[in-house]
Design a protein around this ligand. Structure first.
Ligand SMILES: [Zn+2]
Length: 55
């Protein structure tokens, strides 16, 4: 599970705004861009626009 402190320092690489953890805990979501960023097996978020999926 991703830590709260980590969420606070992460920003969407596209719009630089705050991201939120998706309800299932498997994605970080940018509501501004309507994109979701995957979190890998080690719990590390992949903050790349190329890897993001549309919500
Ligand atoms: Zn964004």
């Amino acid at each position: 599970m991703i830590k709260e402190e980590l969420l606070n320092i992460l920003a969407c690489p596209k719009c630089k705004q705050k991201i939120v953890l998706d309800q299932n805990g498997k994605f970080l979501r940018c509501d501004h861009c309507k994109l979701k960023y995957p979190i890998n097996d080690q719990g590390i978020p992949i903050m790349l626009v190329d890897r993001a999926e549309k919500i």
